[in-house]
Write a protein that binds this ligand. Sequence first.
Ligand SMILES: [Zn+2]
Ligand SMILES: [Zn+2]
Length: 211
Amino acid sequence: MLEGKHQIKHSDVIMQLLVYYCCLDVSQNQQAFIDASLKELEHILGKSPLSLNYSFRQLPTDLKNKIDFDADDLFKISDNVVRILNQELKGIRALLKLLVCTEYESGLAKLCRNYDKSAWWGVSTDWMAVVYKLDNKYAIWHETLHLLGAHDCYRKGKDGQVIDRGPTCNANCVMVYAPSEETVNIKKWPFLCEKNLCKLRKKFDHTAKNK
Ligand SMILES: [Zn+2]
Ligand SMILES: [Zn+2]
């Protein structure tokens, strides 16, 4: 009986969604760290109580080359990303959003910090998340989780600027401002508040169903 129940539970999980990421101007060591961090997150998200079957993949080079990351406006780049992904990933069970990992001093990272002065380590738009604190997997996970539906647990004004660093939740949650080893215990899963767990589930169900 118990086995049967487990099987039913797992049938919800069979549907897999790909999430693409790409690395711009990163060293080999950074690349290895990013790959390992995302592998780890993929594994963690698959565990109860979320059991979401995401698979993180590097964006193929030919696709990456089609995106103009040198544009002088963050939203131009973001629009470009979603257009290319929509064109190229048609029919593929994938989230049409992109995680971009880039060097702290890259043009894109500077563009992000210009747009939001309080964005120390990363920024997310509707279609793209950019992370440039590449030695901190908490930062990589935080920006990735935005793509998967999580919201910040600190307050922002209408212009997107931070007005209160919070945290606005009282859980062990990686969506706090500038998450690190000091503020989040990743040994205790789920390291997300109830509100964000809910958002992640909804996002997965909605995207998977509409594919
Ligand atoms: Zn955030
Ligand atoms: Zn939270």
